[in-house]
Design a protein around this ligand. Sequence first.
Ligand code: BGC
Length: 409
Amino acid sequence: MNEKKFPDGFYWGAATASYQVEGGIDNCDWAKAAREERVPVCGQACDHYHRYETDFDIAKSLGHTAHRFSIEWARIEPEEGKFNQEAVAHYRNVLLALHARGIKPFVTLWHFTLPLWFSESGGFERADSPEIFAQYCAFVVKELDDLCEHFSTQNEPNVVGSNGWLRGTWPPFKRFALTDLVSITNSGKSYEPRSQRGFKPLFLYMRVMKNLACSHNAAYIAIKKVSPNIEVSVVKHTIVFDSNWNPINKLKAAIANYAWTRIYMNRVKKHVDSIGLNYYFYTKFGDKRQWRKTDMDWNFAPEHIYDALKMLSVYKVPLFVSEAGIADADDSGRAEYIQKQVQATWQAIQDGIDVRGHMYWSLLDNYEWALGFEKRFGLVEIDYNTLERRIRPSAYVYKDICQHNAVLE
Ligand code: BGC
């Protein structure tokens, strides 16, 4: 057995997102979509809003030294320009609870859900969305910067854009008429979204993607004004598009990587102190291999996190794995998946890529967006009837890695 040691101070932990775990959020676009029966109801979710101390006790018992979570914009700014101090106090308590357990917080300012006043008035289609987003981000950072050094502005902008404006499976349910011909990922089967179809969504998608990048840049500048020393990142969903020998497939992969990862990153690259990688997908054009599948029906390809880290390393800022994980209800493949993705991350570091941390998705089973609660990503299983938490066996395999700051091969 060969021990692969990580650099001292490497951060180990897991991630969650507000809407997926907290429960009790009814003033955002997803809650409205659920009331309209276009996506599953989230309801109390894991009740993490009230049980975060228990959940952080579990994270600590599992050897975690870092935790990524998100702030719910709709709680902080329930009406345009009106900020709720009770919500701020809640997230301050969450941060204090992490510090009390020696866990370093990584805060994401926006993870998919939008306050209703913003989504109803056009959301990121609005020309002034960058200023609105920047104002919200700067407000939160100013309130929390004594308790957190690391803020990510946006989680997976491309996933929001493609599911919302091309596939039409997520709010605001606009669907580009030709989308069935294009393979866009991260939604699997969906509820009945009743999308509006047409060609216009493609133009709106392009506008939204541009506004999202401008919003990140505006937020970066606004945050640096209020808290110059805060580390600001973006969390980028990175699909690895690969190909066989065929030059046409090579071209397809190059175009797909450019469209999915490079366009957005090129727009924000001057305004990032670090980048979070969310890795779930490896796809190879011209590939005949029959892949083993996860419960999401995604290829079981944890080792290709290496290629995703390599793709992001060209921006020459530190990277951290902000999400990577597997839906695996019976926990039969999770330990292997984690070990392989961690080994590949180690290899990336050996090859000179500056990776600072690894956060498994997710600490808890949670609301998997348009798929509801059926898919199980958690290190910790949730019984949604009793809200009982049960640590899965694979969580102990990860614990061993976290505690030894090393993985065996
Ligand atoms: C998202 C999470 C989601 C996970 C699994 C990521 O794209 O950030 O919210 O649960 O993938 O689909």
